[in-house]
Write a protein that binds this ligand. Structure first.
Ligand code: G6Q
Length: 549
């Protein structure tokens, strides 16, 4: 077993001492001293994704120390283990094979001695057939009408991926088809969608790996009843399909298992948008586009598996995150896509990153003594420039940012896109350079302010700068680049899990939530049930009972 006290290792100690010497180094000086800095700290995957990481508080030495840390954690071997299908999800004794879902060269990948590619290809084929039948009106609703409203019912990993990707690829939707997503148990989520659609033209896709999740099953039951009330029980098989690993529960729920699209326990929920969980997306954009997304992810997989660490995009991103989180004491970061179609990417990445690496026990079962997963937040630019960017520029907290922007827009209307791009570039530059008090004073003077005004305002108008950002430039947001982008973040999260020696593929915290609800639910439903919680919870239950009398 590898030593889990990673923060006592030579590589870690070297980074700690290097970090001391970097505390006062200013990026603006590094740029002045080295005219080739941008070229040096830039990598690309074909012309799909370019990563400019030069606006980070790093030097050549920082990167080489970080690479040493990665090698001391046997990163290259661990990458091979994942691609081989080893059971690296140790708490659940499972392989981690989202990469198999987009293994476009069909290299055999074995789990328990069996090649999984045949099953994966069979489900892709079934998805192609079904999505085309729905898109072209061959698979019709019970009354013979075309199914034009696609409603995905799922939560967490069974919602966020298809929701994010469907929005990202909205430009590729087939004309006449509309997609809706119901996730929250709040009846409002269900009611609002059901108000918009017509039972005769609606297909419900119940997406649940376990098929036991209370939110999804409750929402699915409500939708099933709504449909049966309108069209009768025999209509169900024409309006309900399931995406799951659990055929038994699907049948128990009342969905014909012929209408089930399978996936497997080696696909984690938050890594499942490449599987049958992507069916709503496949129907909206067509299977050709869905497969282009898989190809983009496959290109990133190959890059990740085959490129030396120094030029490996996910590895670089991961190590930069480690640098800030574990050495500079910055435990947060923001993802800001400058593209309206990518507006749900931050929420998607919140789950991917925080559910994977928000862990305090390492793979040996010991508590860690160093920071693991950071807090991630974000939103679409330029909107967020008018909200939380104040803190990013002048707050006391430093928030490294990932800016994501496509060079070409799907909607080249007037000069909108150039203004958008000018904004993202300006933000990165301003965060890096900042504005000294002296520069602020000079600007105020030049703007005709009085001496007193200059003196009073100069600090308010100054920016500390030296605030890090990555620029992730895409040519365009299309199925291929989206696949590559998402796979890039998946692998980044994987690398960080390896450095921190944690299992990035379980989610015990999420499972706790699922159980706790079941204790309280009967106490809300039965007003005379005895309450045995803390005094706050007991009081709140009583108040809610009173309100609902
Ligand atoms: C993801 C998590 C979690 C899961 C949901 C839904 O990795 O495990 O977000 O996806 O809890 O679970 P089901 O798909 O089983 O309904």
């Amino acid at each position: 077993m590898f030593d889990s006290r990673i923060n006592k290792s030579k590589a870690w100690k070297k980074l700690e001492s290097h970090c001391k010497s970097m505390r006062k180094v200013l990026m603006r000086d590094l740029f002045e001293k080295d005219s080739k800095r941008a070229q040096k700290f830039m990598e690309s995957l074909d012309d799909t994704i370019i990563l400019d990481y030069s606006k980070n508080r790093i030097t050549d030495k920082t990167m080489s120390c970080l690479m040493d840390l990665a090698r001391s954690r046997h990163l290259e071997e661990k990458i091979k283990a994942m691609f081989r299908g080893d059971k690296i999800n140790i708490t659940e004794n499972r392989a981690v094979l989202h990469i198999a879902l987009r293994n476009r060269e069909n290299r055999p990948i074995k789990v328990n001695g069996k090649d999984v590619m045949a099953d994966i290809n069979a489900v892709l084929k079934k998805m192609r057939q079904f999505s085309e039948d729905v898109r072209f009106g061959k698979f019709k609703g019970y009354t013979g009408k075309k199914l034009v409203n696609i409603v995905n019912i799922g939560i967490g990993g069974s919602d966020l991926g298809p929701y994010m990707a469907t929005e990202a690829l909205r430009k590729y939707w087939m004309k006449g088809i509309n997609c809706y997503f119901i996730s929250n148990i709040d009846g409002t989520a269900c009611a609002e969608v059901l108000n918009k659609v017509d039972p005769e033209t609606t297909l419900f896709i119940v997406a649940s790996k376990t098929f036991t999740t209370i939110e999804t099953l409750t929402n699915a039951k409500t939708c099933r009843k709504w449909l049966v009330d309108a069209l009768g029980e025999p209509a169900v098989s024409k309006h309900f399909v399931a995406l799951s690993t659990n055929a038994e529960e699907v049948a128990k729920f009342g969905i014909d298992t012929n209408n089930m699209f399978e996936f497997w326990d080696f696909v984690g929920g938050r890594y499942s948008m490449w599987s049958a969980i992507g069916l709503s997306l496949a129907i909206a954009v067509g299977m050709d586009n869905f497969e282009k997304m898989l190809e983009g992810a496959f290109a990133m997989d190959k890059h990740f598996a085959e490129t030396e660490l120094e030029h490996n995009i996910p590895v670089i991103l991961a190590l930069l995150g480690i640098w800030y989180n574990n050495f500079m004491g910055i435990h947060r970061y923001a993802v800001i896509p400058y593209d309206q179609y990518l507006q749900y990417l931050p929420s998607y990445l919140q789950q991917l990153d925080m559910e994977s690496n928000g862990k305090f026990v390492d793979v040996n079962g010991d508590y860690v003594s160093y920071a693991t997963g950071p807090v991630l937040f974000g939103g679409a630019g330029t909107n967020v420039q008018h909200s939380f960017f104040q803190l990013i520029h002048q707050g006391t907290e430093i928030v490294p940012c990932d800016f994501i922007a496509p060079a070409i827009s799907h909607n080249e209307i007037g000069n909108h896109h150039e203004i958008l791009l000018a904004n993202v570039l300006a933000q990165g530059e301003a965060l890096m350079r900042g504005k000294t008090v002296k520069e602020a004073a000079e600007e105020l003077k030049a703007a005709g302010k009085s001496k007193e005004e200059v003196e009073f305002l100069k600090k308010f108008k100054s920016f500390a700068g030296n605030r890090p950002s990555n620029m992730i430039l895409l040519k365009k947001v299309d199925p291929y680049s989206l696949g590559a982008l998402v796979a890039m973040y998946e692998h980044k999260v994987f690398v960080q899990g390896i450095i921190w020696n944690i299992d990035s593929f379980d989610q015990m915290g999420v499972e706790l939530g699922k159980k706790l609800t079941l204790n309280i639910l009967p106490e809300l439903q039965n007003a005379s049930a005895e309450l045995k919680h803390d005094s706050s919870t007991n009081a709140l239950i009583k108040l809610i009972r009173d309100f609902r009398k």
